[in-house]
Design a protein around this ligand. Structure first.
Ligand code: NAG
Ligand code: NAG
Ligand code: NAG
Length: 621
């Protein structure tokens, strides 16, 4: 009968679909069991599989056969972290803005993008195997927010004195930020949204052109007071005043990071009179897309492993003749405060310590190493920060651009007697000065890169260009990076990136190990062939649990719940360790079989050198 002929393949297809989706669909009771474990054993010291109630263990194996090894591998390579961006339009925008922006942005976000690493290690791949999917929620803000902001802005404009040095009035950023901040708080109180907020503000033309100043109002420094039109907060929001400016900042002449200037930069979209509404919104959507890439899914500077205890060693190397000068001091405490504020860079149970060392090298005498070099073995990760204070009058740069350079496992900085120099960067038409004796901020930036894998706000790995892009758009205001800001405090961007780098590195490592394991199984003849029935059952249950925990970690990352992601990743390590001990078991068995056939032991000794975890006892050979 024709009907049966068509239903059978359909049924098969349905079964197939069911089989492949079972691993990611919720398993009744498992969620609450793992949630309970995460509270009792937040460090995931215990293997959850061993205490799992029998009924839950049963539900980890399905009546259908486990998918083939290639499909298990591809399921490991298809994790994608959904991330939410809430866009709030404040002030005057065309009524169809939300839908137009949505359609521009959805085409930008296709196909899926991977998380990237700027400096990869061997092999030279810049992509992590984890992807991300943006979700844009675009809405108008209530008119009350617009009117409060307008009032505050016009009162600031009327009381700010004009400056001879700049055509832009300088308005303290806090006059806008205090209002946006309270809106952000109330949005989150009521709905407790995940993700980050971007406020796009257009309050229309004002009596005078203006931009925002980020330094304290009575800042005596003021050398690099580069005005901007954006602000990234400590909380998870950013605002952009599209009617402010236009501002211009970047390299003075040529080189990396020279971007469309003036009215051609999307930040200045609202200053261009010729633009149609559509091209205006296209500019705004490119701004949002850029913010998504830099603020929410920034490239990792380097991959960073998780360690419980972190140590930064400050090693100040000074030439002897300068030793009495009090101006030689470096304010280490300032660096420590910037990096420890609110514990914002650390995951739970991580500790951060600082130690100071001073090395005097008498003039003419070679720099004595060994004896004076600190050794700290009790720390998981130690980052030495060398500062060379040279008795030399000219300004000295380490790599043409920087006084402080971040390496994979150390930071090196150099300082001379020189106090101030004109840099290669301009802001709003003026050359920027660099205070070359104040190394604190460059050091904070370098330490963030080497210890936490946080990328500077102006660097992004671009797979399309197969190189690192330099873009200073987000490098004014609250960022510890780049020449256009004096800020030593960190925004949500750096705090989140520090934790995310560690978690993504961990997860990528788990995925890589699991794939290696699967490949080894395939090489040895496949799971069905290698494992006896009861072993295979345990293998399948372990596998399902492992995959389940990675799914949970992805979901926690998506909600920016980094502690929970850490728990699930640590917990999944137990299941992975089990897998590798299982592989060891195969190898042993093979070795034994080969030995029985009269071959020499030495040939195989290397193979049987692997850990015997407790887990091994669970299976009988
Ligand atoms: C780990 O398991 C052991 C034995 O079951 C138990 O005594 C201990 O309290 C557990 N540790 C934590 C942190 O839950
Ligand atoms: C990217 O650049 C590197 C070195 O610059 C080169 O070795 C590699 O082949 C390039 N990759 C692609 C996909 O073009
Ligand atoms: C991330 O995982 C992929 C796939 O397993 C691997 O090829 C790559 O080398 C890993 N990258 C890092 C930085 O660990």
């Amino acid at each position: 009968m024709p009907t049966t002929a068509t239903t059978t393949p359909l049924l098969l297809l349905l079964l197939l679909l069911l089989t492949t989706t079972t691993s990611s669909s919720p398993i009744l009771g498992l969620d609450s069991y793992l949630a309970q474990q995460s509270r009792q054993d937040p460090q995931a010291t215990n293997d959850t599989f061993l205490t799992l109630p029998t009924s839950l263990k049963k539900s980890l194996s399905s009546p259908f056969p486990l998918p083939s090894i290639p499909s298990l591998t591809s399921s490991l390579l298809s994790f994608s972290v959904p991330l939410s961006l809430h866009i709030r339009l404040v002030g005057t925008f065309p009524p169809n803005s939300p839908s137009l922006l949505s359609s521009f942005l959805s085409s930008a976000s296709q196909p899926l993008h991977h998380f990237h690493v700027i400096s990869p290690f061997h092999p030279p791949f810049h992509s992590l195997s984890i992807q991300h999917t943006p979700h844009f929620d675009i809405a108008f803000s209530p008119p009350s927010l617009t009117s409060t902001l307008s009032e505050s802005l016009s009162s600031q404009i009327s009381k700010s004195p004009s400056s001879l040095r700049s055509s832009l009035l300088s308005i303290p950023f806090s006059s806008i930020d205090s209002i946006v901040s309270s809106d952000f708080r109330s949005e989150n109180e009521h709905e407790n949204r995940d993700g980050i907020f971007i406020y796009l503000i257009n309050l229309g033309p004002q009596s005078k052109p203006y931009a925002y100043s980020y330094s304290d109002s009575d800042s005596s420094a003021g050398f690099t007071d580069c005005l901007g039109t954006i602000h990234a907060s400590k909380n998870r929001y950013l605002w952009i005043d599209l009617a402010a400016g236009p501002v211009d900042y970047g390299p003075a002449l040529s080189g990396d990071g020279v971007l469309p200037r003036g009215e051609f930069h999307p930040l200045a979209a609202f200053h261009s009179r010729q633009k149609s509404q559509k091209s205006l919104l296209a500019d705004v959507s490119s701004l949002i897309w850029s913010a998504y890439q830099v603020l929410l899914v920034p490239s990792l500077r380097i991959p960073v492993p998780f360690e419980n205890s972190l140590l930064v060693q400050f090693i100040h190397v000074r030439s002897g003749s300068a030793r009495d000068s009090s101006s030689d001091a470096l304010d280490w405490k300032k660096i420590e405060r910037a990096l420890s504020e609110d514990g914002g860079l650390l995951l739970r149970d991580q500790t951060l310590r600082f130690k100071n060392y001073e090395i005097l090298s008498d003039s003419g005498q070679a720099f004595r190493s060994e004896a004076e070099m600190p050794v700290d073995n009790d720390f998981g990760r130690v980052l030495p920060v060398y500062v060379f204070d040279l008795d030399y009058n000219n300004h000295l740069l380490l790599d043409r651009y920087h006084q402080s350079v971040a390496f994979k496992d150390m930071v090196i900085a150099v300082r001379t007697r020189n106090t101030q120099t004109v840099s290669d960067y301009t802001c709003n038409g003026r050359h920027m000065f660099t205070q070359t004796r104040s190394l604190e901020r460059p050091l904070v930036g370098s330490i963030l890169q080497s210890m936490w894998g946080v990328s500077p706000t102006h660097l992004l790995w671009s797979p399309r260009h197969n190189s690192t892009l330099v873009d200073y758009t987000w490098s004014v205001g609250q960022t510890p990076f780049g020449p256009f800001s004096e800020s030593l405090s960190l925004s949500f961007v750096q705090k989140d990136a520090a934790k995310r780098s560690v978690l993504l590195t961990m997860m990528n490592y788990s995925i890589t190990s699991a794939i290696d394991f699967l490949e080894a199984i395939a090489e040895h003849g496949g799971d069905r062939k290698l494992l006896k029935q009861n072993q295979h059952l345990v293998f399948e249950q372990r596998w399902t649990l492992f995959k389940y925990k990675l799914d949970k970690a992805v979901s926690a990352l998506s909600h920016l719940d980094f502690e929970m992601a850490l728990y699930y990743l640590k917990s999944s390590d137990h299941d992975l360790r089990f897998a590798s001990s299982l592989l060891c078991l195969f190898k042993k068995r093979q070795t034994v079989q080969k030995l029985v056939r009269g071959q020499k032991l030495v040939t195989y000794q290397k193979e049987i050198l692997c850990d015997d975890g407790d887990e091994l006892m669970m299976i009988n050979m």
